[in-house]
Ligand binder design. Structure first.
Ligand code: M6R
Length: 611
């Protein structure tokens, strides 16, 4: 949830940590802070609010030193104020750490420490860990051993970087449940929660594994071991994306940039996979489990948020093409309800970040119960990608905007290919396969045409930016797209919005409709078009305002809708991809008009690595 960074090398640590924090700010922006070792003493500067606020209040230029750590926070324990901001130090002020995760048994440890006479200044679980390490150091006089001992006693999750004035040439990083990687440069190292903070220094990275720690020294390089002191073998990997992928490149916001990237990201999702002439797909990442897939009797999709919406659309698509029953589960619920899982079940985890704690817990539960678990994940090398038996990367590139956009359409891209692959393994005929494959291949240029609607969508957004409620309605596979449209609006504009199956409206939500309620209908010309038009009439009869996402050649809808946003024609199962584009733009322009910070909406963070 938080972003953590550490630097050791010949350069000034503060600017490097600071730029790392700026790159990772999407992970959390409740407070920010730095700790630099200067003339043998740890100097901490921290402040509630965004990194820019910390930069304004703290004289970062005066923090000189070549070893340091930094943190940008999404608050869990303790309100977002200056005191609760990281880094936190031990009682002596000689040991400091930054932490991402939750120390679940912090109260038990805190009680012991209080009993032993230690005091605390913050409400955080992380300070407890810092004080605990400090106490152990006082007893053991060995920095690494103190960190290791503390970490083997804590319960919960951590990505942590610890530094000590006693060992001025050493950083210790460790992880359990929260991502952490070590960038290996020329005699310098950058530790960070994600690759965006490392890439401007080096492309060589070591992804830390569960319960693994890296002891990084100025003169003797680094080595890795488990927190139980067993040596581990680390593999240096290469960061694949380019620096401009994590920059705004002239767009006002990352979200807008990512919306406009979708013709390319969608294409990247099927490039080298789609076999249009054969009406099939080659998914190399699923080779290892091909036999399991062939004989599976059920698929369970588990995910959270936007990824769950993609999964729900996947249910419609997979059942239609592969004729295999699909269940879609909120990962946060799945894990705790002792789900019935058979050994011939396929569990699919969908995740942009690959680090969502609920999704991770769900796949661990599924694995424990013997299912084959596959991942449709965007971030290469992420925990979910590594813990699944097989998988397909989304190839959407880094997604920085907290509101997921391009990852959603890439998830639909991969899910459709998966459905096609499963279908062709079973009974789907080649002719239908070719039709689907050709439909997918045509989508990048159709997405491009949807994006050309930007100014028209913006005009509608300006007209409704002051609304307090919105309804989003769609039927069939467009119902998940309606849910996703509503989520986009509420998370970045703070307007209450609900998604519903259009026909369900009459069972309750219709009571909400009056002249102040804009209702967005996804109404392409498909086999249930007439039914959706009836639902539109029901809204009109109650003076609701209708914004229709309609097929390009549908002129009759103008008579019943107040506003029409056109999308090109495609196969019905592919419509959610195209319908999502104007819905993303609508949410974006409304949020901008309301003066909201679209890339960093309040209370949210990009990846939710706590349960
Ligand atoms: O990284 P994941 O796809 O696992 O994240 C799941 C959700 O937290 C995420 O989709 C969230 O709902 C986004 N803010 C939606 O825009």
């Amino acid at each position: 949830m938080c972003g953590i960074v550490g630097y050791i090398g010949p350069q000034q640590a503060a600017p490097i940590c600071l730029s790392g924090l700026k790159r990772m700010e999407y992970r959390g922006y409740d407070s920010a802070g730095l700790c630099i070792l200067q003339d043998g003493t740890l100097h901490i500067g921290k402040k509630a609010g965004k990194v820019a606020e910390m930069e304004r209040e703290v004289d970062v230029a005066a923090m000189t030193g070549t070893i340091g750590i930094g943190h940008t926070r999404w608050a869990t324990h303790g309100v977002p104020n200056d005191v609760n901001a990281h880094p936190h130090s031990d009682a002596s002020g000689a040991i400091a750490l930054v932490h991402n995760g939750i120390i679940e048994n912090y109260l038990t440890i805190k009680k012991k420490l209080l009993h032993a006479g230690y005091a605390f200044v913050s409400d955080t679980d992380s300070e407890v860990l810092a004080v605990f390490i400090g106490m152990l150091y006082d007893q053991l006089h060995d920095f690494e051993l103190a960190v290791r001992t503390a970490l083997s006693e804590v319960e919960g999750t951590f990505g942590v970087v610890v530094m000590s004035a006693h060992d001025p040439d050493m950083l210790i990083a460790a992880r359990r449940g929260s991502p952490l990687l070590l960038g290996v440069g020329q005699n310098e190292y950058v530790i960070a929660s994600d690759a965006s903070a490392v890439i401007s220094h080096t492309r060589q990275v070591v992804y830390l594994h569960e319960n693994e720690m890296a002891i990084v020294t100025r003169h003797d390089g680094f080595h890795t071991k488990t927190i139980h002191n067993e040596e581990t073998h680390s593999v240096v990997e290469q960061i694949e994306f380019e620096l401009d992928a994590i920059e705004k490149s002239g767009f006002d916001h990352f979200m807008l940039k990512e919306i406009y990237e979708q013709p390319n990201t969608f294409h990247d999702g099927f490039r080298g996979r789609l076999l249009v002439d054969e009406g099939n797909v080659r998914l190399g990442g699923l080779q290892a489990v091909a036999d399991k897939l062939k004989h599976a009797r059920r698929i369970i999709i588990t995910a959270c948020g936007t990824s769950w919406h993609a999964g729900l659309a996947g249910e419609y698509i997979i059942e239609q093409l592969a004729k295999i029953p699909v269940e879609v589960e909120y990962a946060s619920e799945f894990r705790y309800r002792d789900p019935i899982i058979y050994s011939d079940d396929i569990v699919i985890a969908i995740s942009q970040s690959g680090e969502t704690a609920d999704t991770l817990a769900a796949i661990r539960e599924a694995k424990r119960k013997g299912a084959t678990v596959i991942g449709f994940v965007n971030v290469v090398g992420s925990t979910i990608a590594r813990e699944t038996d097989a998988g397909v990367y989304l190839h959407a590139g880094p997604e920085i905007g907290v509101a997921s956009t391009k990852a959603f359409t890439s998830q639909l891209c991969v899910l459709t290919q998966f459905a096609l692959y499963m279908g062709r393994m079973r009974d789907l005929d080649a002719r239908t396969g070719k039709e689907i494959a050709a439909g997918l291949a045509a989508l990048p240029s159709l997405i491009h045409r949807c994006l050309e609607q930007g100014p028209a969508v913006q005009a509608i957004a300006l007209a409704y930016a002051k609304a307090t409620n919105f309804l989003y309605l769609g039927r069939g596979v467009n119902f998940p797209a309606a849910l996703e449209g509503a989520l986009k609006l509420k998370e970045i504009s703070y307007i209450h919005a609900e998604g519903y199956p259009a026909a369900e409206m009459k069972h309750g939500p219709i009571a909400l409709i009056d002249e102040n309620m804009p209702v967005v209908f996804i109404a392409p010309k498909d086999e249930i078009y007439d039914k959706v038009i009836s639902n539109i009439q029901e809204v009109r009869a109650r003076n609701g305002t209708v914004i229709a996402i309609a097929s390009e050649d549908d002129t009759s809808i103008d008579a019943v809708a107040d506003h029409v946003i056109r999308i090109p024609e495609t196969l019905p199962i592919l419509t959610p991809v195209l319908a999502s584009i104007p819905l993303q733009l609508l949410a974006y322009y409304i949020a901008v008009e309301r003066g909201c910070n679209v890339d960093m909406p309040r209370n949210l963070a990009k990846s939710v690595t706590v349960e």
